[in-house]
Ligand binder design. Structure first.
Ligand SMILES: *Cc1c(COP(=O)(O)O)cnc(C)c1O
Length: 500
């Protein structure tokens, strides 16, 4: 299987090279040249497997320059870091399921991919003969940063630097990053919001001079954001796996359609659901749920993607995003892989802050995707309702999806397909807002007090990685202006070069 670029179809490289590069040199994103199809026999095999085997099986169809055995050894190591089943499918009501993706080391769904990526990247570096150390640079709205830090800490041949918007993450997310352990890590807060931070980081990736300066120091920049194919491919697996679980439990027969409802920001998670569908998972609707940063809702409704709007800070901060990078990969498919058109649109987005798709593309998207958004009040009500109706505790992001699904279900009662709501974080990661939604009481000064209160109110246990944070030492408390990011990266590279 070769990989091409959404902005230049003449590109054809192996998956290892795509993972090492992260972003295609012309700014496009790497996509597989075609989608492998799962046969009836494949589904039969997958249904018999445990999660690490399923994940290795699905990935091996895309990463054909890796062997199944190789991938299985990585998935076994990655998912051994989870607490119990890596992605249990919980039945909360008749025909309604929650796919819990937050049982990993940082309690958010990013762990599903970021425990895998370091294994994929180190192997990929070996395969392409990369001599430079990989310097992982991440812009995060909270969850990616911590998951990447945990994934890459003390991994041979790699160093990692993470930037987050200082006011744009939850107290617990901040605490998780400030206390990060490991000898090859650096964390820095940036004045501004996530898009400012992401744009500054993207500019460094695109800066040839920076590339040269880093190469002189023995480093190659690498992305752990979901623009990297190595981040996306592990995510396809849990959609296939959820479908297998429904088959195994006798809830559906092979070929029966299901709906997936996904709380979305950068559009990586729901794109993986789309790819699973292209592989043969029977999907009726993909429901894309946003918070009030509802640029995706508007885009699917009007056909115009327009970032010229106010940025809102919400109680679901990991979805406070206006530029959904992975949408580019969907547009590539919806336009029948028209690389020139995608390049033009992405240029327009950069220059004018908007672009518009054709009627045909809009119809195509509309046939598969449903969209909706929930503001903070609706999100809080959804948390409360889920507890009340199902006795099920949701975090703020999952609650956005639940709210949007409820609206869809009311509007389209004729859709009787089973629905899987994708749950992206533990409620304890956003304990203050979840507790507030359930009881109306105000946030505590100490984030751990909110966790304790939430635990005693719900009878749920505080996940181990969050409970353990309390006694960890703060290592990184620097806040800088985004103009200082490049300097910080070079300073870190020098320090790491000195160490090795
Ligand atoms: C990252 C994240 C999302 C958004 O996922 P995308 O792949 O960026 O669309 C939703 N919820 C949580 C908790 C997240 O960390």
């Amino acid at each position: 299987m070769k990989y091409t670029s959404t902005r230049d179809k003449s590109v054809a490289i192996d998956s290892a090279q795509a993972i090492v590069n992260g972003l295609s040199p012309n700014g496009g994103l790497y996509v597989p040249e075609s989608f492998p199809r799962l046969s009836e026999k494949d589904f039969g095999t997958l249904c018999e497997m445990d999660y690490p085997e399923r994940a290795a099986y699905v990935m091996s169809l895309y990463l054909t320059d890796f062997t199944y055995e190789e991938l299985l050894s990585y998935t076994r190591q990655a998912y051994a870091r989870f607490y119990g089943d890596p992605c249990p499918l919980v039945n909360i009501d008749d025909g309604l399921y929650v796919l819990e993706l937050w049982h990993g080391p940082t309690c958010a769904f990013k762990d599903m991919a970021l425990t895998m990526l370091p294994h994929l990247l180190t192997a990929a570096r070996r395969k392409v003969g990369e001599k430079d150390r990989s310097l992982i640079m991440v812009a995060t709205s909270g969850d990616t940063g911590k998951a990447a830090l945990e994934g890459f800490r003390d991994v041979e041949g790699t160093d990692i630097i993470v930037f987050y918007p200082t006011g744009g993450v939850s107290d617990m997310q901040k605490k998780q990053m400030m206390t990060q352990e490991g000898d090859n890590v650096c964390v820095c807060a940036i004045e501004g919001n996530f898009d400012d931070t992401q744009n500054a980081v993207k500019a460094i990736f695109a800066d040839e001079e920076m590339g040269k300066l880093l190469h002189e120091r023995g480093f190659k920049l690498c992305s752990a954001n979901s623009i990297n194919w190595g981040r996306l491919v592990p995510q396809i697996a849990y959609y296939v796996s959820a479908y297998c679980d429904l088959l195994n439990e006798g809830r559906i027969e092979l070929g029966d359609k299901v709906d997936f409802c996904v709380p979305s920001g950068n559009f990586g998670n729901i794109l993986a659901a789309y790819y699973a569908m292209r592989m043969g998972v029977a999907v009726n609707k993909l429901i894309c749920a946003s918070n009030v940063n509802n640029v995706l809702t508007d885009f699917f409704t009007t056909g115009k993607y327009d970032v010229k709007r106010d940025f809102h800070k919400t109680i679901s901060p990991s979805m406070d995003i206006l530029i959904s990078s992975n949408l580019e990969r969907l547009l590539f498919e919806m336009s029948d892989r028209d690389d020139k058109l995608i390049a033009e649109r992405m240029e327009a987005l950069k220059k004018d802050g908007s672009y518009t798709v054709t009627k045909a593309e809009r119809n195509r998207m509309g046939a598969l995707f449903e969209v909706g958004y929930a503001d903070d009040d609706a999100t809080r009500s959804a948390i409360d309702a889920s507890m009340e109706v199902y006795g099920y505790l949701m975090d703020t992001h999952t609650a956005v999806a639940y709210n949007v699904w409820c609206e869809y279900n009311n509007a389209c009662p004729e859709d009787e397909c089973p629905t899987v709501i994708v749950s992206t974080a533990s409620a304890f990661k956003f304990a203050a807002d979840v507790y507030n939604a359930l009881t109306g009481s105000k946030k505590d000064k100490d984030a751990f007090e909110d966790c304790k209160k939430l635990a005693s109110f719900t009878g749920e246990e505080i996940p181990e990685p969050i409970a353990a944070l309390k006694d960890k030492r703060i290592r990184f408390d620097e806040v800088i202006d985004r103009s200082g990011i490049a300097g910080k990266v070079l300073e870190f590279a020098d320090r790491m070069a000195g160490k090795n």
